[in-house]
Each structure stands twice: as structure tokens, then as C-alpha cells.
Design a protein around this ligand. Structure first.
Ligand SMILES: Cc1ncc(COP(=O)(O)O)c(C=O)c1O
Length: 319
């Protein structure tokens, strides 16, 4: 069964360290007072590309053969994964193709192009864009970069967890958002390889809790996903992710989009940090009293990214 050791994460970090920022673990008096815990925020919204999503691709590409690097990589995403893949490929001087649905927002296309990727617009939904990506794997020999179900990618994303325990060895719980499960798979194995007693809690939108539904069913479930929060919107989590979460994650909580959006505004107002919806989910869980821990517990919250559409904020309109 796929399991990574502390040494695996240290090696991954050594591969990628020079290309990323060591993001800070900030204290938060506001959240600590509100919850009665000692809360710190892993400010990954300050990472290059504005989210943790560059870590995994950097780790994956560093291990590709020269032949694979020469051919290039492909992914399908209109969000943070696209930008992470694009910049990581640019850093290693690899060709990157990003497939997006034809209705992808011009700002996201421009941002991804800005990191040097070629954009291929295909279909109207992610599944169709993804079919195009798979076709390019067959016809052009590109290496496919899955957004969450990939072992080297998971190791790279988990370096974020390694940084948390290094900066705060006494941490007792870590709260992480879940979309497809790539981030929490890496973070859970990383922090537990350092100290198995650290409690790992995942947060999903109850408008699309694909991981929670699968864990409760004891098997992978495909759900009817209604959340509109980019990053949390997944109908079916990855097989590797499911297996890791079953073994390494202690608890998953879920709450509706509306409460997650409220938490986004709360974080901006109180903590002065610009977070996107997915990143606000763990804070929402704290504010809503869903996290049950002893008073004074040392809790790290993963603020996973800050790439939000400001038009949404202006009108407080979420779609
Ligand atoms: C900012 C942010 N946080 C969290 C997630 C969820 O990560 P995962 O799909 O690895 O569970 C994503 C996924 O796109 C994201 O962009």
C-alpha cells in the first residue's frame, strides 16, 4: 500500500526547495481567542502561483527521464493546478500543454499562458478537456499530470506538512481542505511520519463531500457535486487518495458553501489575508465549532491558496 516516510518527504523537499518559498506559519490571536485553541496559519497563499499547487509538479518533473522531459507534460485544469504545472515546467525548461474547457475565464487562460504554457481549449466541461489531454498523451507522448491521484505529486504537496512540523514541532492537530485529496494525502503522511499522534482533520463542502461519502461507504463513490468552490469541486476522489485518507486521516467534517464564503470574508477582515474559498474551509470548520479538541490544543490550519476572482467579492456573488 502506498505509504511515504519522513525521509521521502525530506528528499522531495530537497528537490524542490530552491524553487519555492518557505511560507510562514503565522500566529492568529483572532482565531485563537475565538476557538480557545492555539491556532497558527500556514500561509500557502503566499506561495509562488498563489497556492501550494506548484510543489507536486516540481517534485514530479525532477524525477522524469531526459526523454520524458524532452517530450513535455500535459494536464487539464482551469485553476491552480494549471498554474502550478505551467510554472514548474517553465522552471525545468519543459514544454507544458494545459487543456481547458472552451468557457474557461480569460483571466485564468492569461495567467496560465503567462507562465509559459500552451493552452488547448476543448469541450465545455472538465471531462471533455481531460479527454483531450489524454489524447495528447497518446499522440504526442506527453506525460500526464493528474491533479491529485499521483504518488510523486502527493509527495511534493506533502512537503507543506513537513514545513509545519519543522516550524512547530509541538503541533497537535492539522486541518486541511479536501478536493480530490492530493493535498491532504501528502500532508497527513508527512506530519504522521514525524509524529503519529498528530491529528489530521479534513474539511469538505457539504455541497459536494466526495471523500466523506467514500470513507463512510468504505469504497470510492461518485457523487452529485453541487459546490461552486473551485478546488473543492470533485465528483470522485482519487484511488490513491482514498486509500491514504482511510489510513492516515482521523476525521472529515463538512459544511455548506455559504459558511465557507462567510469564513473567507472573516479571514480577510480579521487576519488581513486574501484566501480563496477552498483555503477558507478549515477556518469555517473552526468558526462553526466543528473541530473538537481540548482547550489550548495547538492547531495548524492550511490556508492553501489565495487565487480568487475579485468580481465575486465585489458583488458578493459566488458564481
Ligand atoms: C487552493 C486549493 N486548496 C485546496 C485544494 C484541494 O486539493 P486536493 O484536490 O488536492 O484535495 C485545491 C485544489 O485545487 C486548491 O486549489
Amino acid at each position: 500500500m502506498f505509504t511515504l516516510t519522513l525521509e521521502d518527504f525530506q528528499k522531495a523537499r530537497a528537490r524542490i526547495a530552491t524553487h519555492i518559498k518557505r511560507t510562514p506559519l503565522l500566529t492568529s490571536r483572532q482565531l485563537s481567542e475565538r476557538t480557545g485553541f492555539d491556532v497558527r496559519l500556514k500561509a500557502e497563499l503566499l506561495q509562488r502561483v498563489g497556492s501550494y499547487k506548484i510543489r507536486g509538479p516540481l517534485n514530479k518533473f525532477a524525477q522524469m527521464s531526459e526523454e520524458q522531459k524532452k517530450r513535455g507534460v500535459v494536464c487539464s485544469s482551469a485553476g491552480n493546478h494549471a498554474q502550478g504545472v505551467a510554472l514548474a515546467a517553465q522552471i525545468y525548461n519543459i514544454r507544458a500543454v494545459v487543456c481547458m474547457a472552451e468557457n474557461a475565464t480569460p483571466a485564468k487562460i492569461a495567467a496560465t499562458k503567462g507562465y509559459g504554457a500552451e493552452i488547448v481549449l476543448h469541450g465545455t466541461i472538465w471531462d471533455e478537456a481531460n479527454e483531450k489531454a489524454k489524447e495528447l498523451v497518446r499522440t504526442e507522448g506527453l506525460t500526464y499530470v493528474h491533479p491529485f491521484d499521483d504518488e510523486e505529486l502527493i509527495a511534493g504537496q506533502g512537503t507543506l506538512g513537513l514545513e509545519i512540523v519543522e516550524d512547530w514541532p509541538e503541533v497537535e492537530a492539522v486541518i486541511v481542505p479536501i478536493g480530490g485529496g492530493g493535498l491532504i494525502s501528502g500532508v497527513a503522511m508527512a506530519v504522521k511520519s514525524y509524529n503519529p499522534k498528530i491529528r489530521v482533520i479534513g474539511v469538505e463542502s457539504s455541497d459536494g463531500p466526495a471523500m466523506k461519502a467514500s470513507i463512510e461507504a468504505g469504497q470510492l463513490e461518485t457523487i452529485d457535486c453541487r459546490t461552486i468552490i473551485d478546488g473543492l469541486r470533485v465528483r470522485r476522489v482519487g484511488e490513491t487518495n482514498f486509500s491514504v485518507v482511510q489510513r492516515f486521516v482521523d476525521e472529515i467534517v463538512a459544511l455548506p458553501d455559504r459558511k465557507i464564503f462567510d469564513a473567507m470574508i472573516w479571514v480577510m477582515e480579521r487576519c488581513k489575508l486574501v484566501v480563496e474559498g477552498a483555503a477558507a474551509a478549515p477556518v469555517a470548520a473552526l468558526l462553526d465549532g466543528l473541530i473538537e479538541l481540548p482547550a489550548g490544543a495547538r492547531v495548524a490550519v492550511v490556508l492553501s491558496g489565495g487565487n480568487l476572482n475579485l468580481d465575486q467579492l465585489r458583488g458578493l456573488k459566488w458564481n
